[in-house]
Design a binder for this molecule. Structure first.
Ligand SMILES: [Zn+2]
Ligand SMILES: [Zn+2]
Length: 314
């Protein structure tokens, strides 16, 4: 069915300039060069910020799957902003909307409804989703410091770029034989790292609703993908996640690698986070039946009940 695309769903090339420019800026690597320090910086800035997105923006702010102090909540939000994916309220509101309508017409990034590119990146580049429905994040909106970070979300990225610039310049001064510089660390630790981080995160919206295994009957097309779980520190167990979104762990079994979960476990031993929610036994019971044979009528009934519950919540 052809439909006229509303103007607010067309790509706004002007407003997307910074996003596109950041992609093009990767070419600066020709002049920045490479060093071991640069590669290590890339890995660290990628991993820590991916944790900010998966553990912070996703598992904590969007799903409240564990508890923490107000101070650590602020740190998670600040870390999340450094990934250049806007503020915690914007991110969580859109993500809650995704769960409410996943793979249905209202879903903002469903590859089944609008195709791969729209789900991966198109929805971010249009005007329609620039603002989020704050009524979906009333629980977060009451914290002035979160509202502040949501409004001034560029504080994180700008601070990171300045830290990298300072670090690289200092290393260049004291250890010139390491072959690094402030410019080089900004290119590797901020520009390239952010682009890889973007597309790592976006695969959860696009590919994990297209390819992989479905362990659970859910009302959407979510899938489990081992590879995407490695890249995204555990977010690839997306069918698990859609089956029980409030679980802190997304790898539901010991063999499902979920690095964000291991990290949160360690943080819980340090009492920085607590009350990590886990999937109840009935969820695991469903998995066994759906893994080896066609879903039983009871499982299908449960899927209908989930859908009904989702339509009536909030
Ligand atoms: Zn999803
Ligand atoms: Zn989610």
């Amino acid at each position: 069915m052809n439909r006229e695309m509303p103007s607010d769903e067309r790509i706004n090339w002007l407003d997307s300039g910074a996003f596109i420019a950041l992609h093009l800026a990767c070419i600066l690597v020709i002049w920045a060069g490479i060093s071991w320090v640069a590669v290590i910086t890339l890995v660290i800035t990628y991993a820590i910020r991916m944790f900010g997105i998966t553990a912070g923006y996703h598992r904590y702010f969007s799903h409240r799957s564990f508890k923490t102090s107000r101070f650590f909540q602020f740190l998670l939000a600040l870390l999340g902003t450094s990934a250049v994916q806007k503020g915690p309220l914007w991110w969580a509101a859109h993500h809650r909307h995704h769960h409410k309508h996943s793979d249905q017409e209202e879903d903002l990034h469903s590859p089944g409804q609008r195709g791969f590119w729209w789900a991966h990146v198109g929805w971010i580049l249009c005007d329609k989703y620039k603002c989020a429905h704050m009524k979906l994040v009333k629980d977060l909106n009451k914290f002035p410091e979160l509202k502040f970070l949501d409004r001034w979300h560029l504080i994180g990225p700008v601070s990171l770029a300045l830290i990298l610039l300072g670090l690289g310049s200092t290393l260049n001064h004291y250890f010139p034989h390491w072959g690094t510089s402030g410019f080089q660390l900004v290119v590797w630790g901020f520009i390239i790292s952010t682009i890889v981080l973007y597309h790592g995160t976006f695969t959860v919206n696009s590919l994990t609703h297209m390819f992989g295994r479905k362990r659970f009957v859910t009302t959407d097309d979510s899938r489990n993908s081992f590879l995407i779980s490695l890249v995204t520190l555990g977010e690839g167990w997306h069918n698990n996640h859609h089956r029980f979104p409030s679980s802190e762990r997304q790898g539901f079994y010991w063999w499902e690698i979920d690095i964000s979960h291991y990290t949160l476990r360690i943080l819980s031993w340090l009492r920085l986070v607590w009350d990590l929610k886990t999937p109840p036994a009935r969820v695991y019971a469903n998995a066994k039946r759906t893994l080896f044979k066609r879903p039983s009528p009871e499982v299908r009934e449960e899927a209908k009940a989930i859908k009904h519950h989702r339509e009536n919540e909030q």
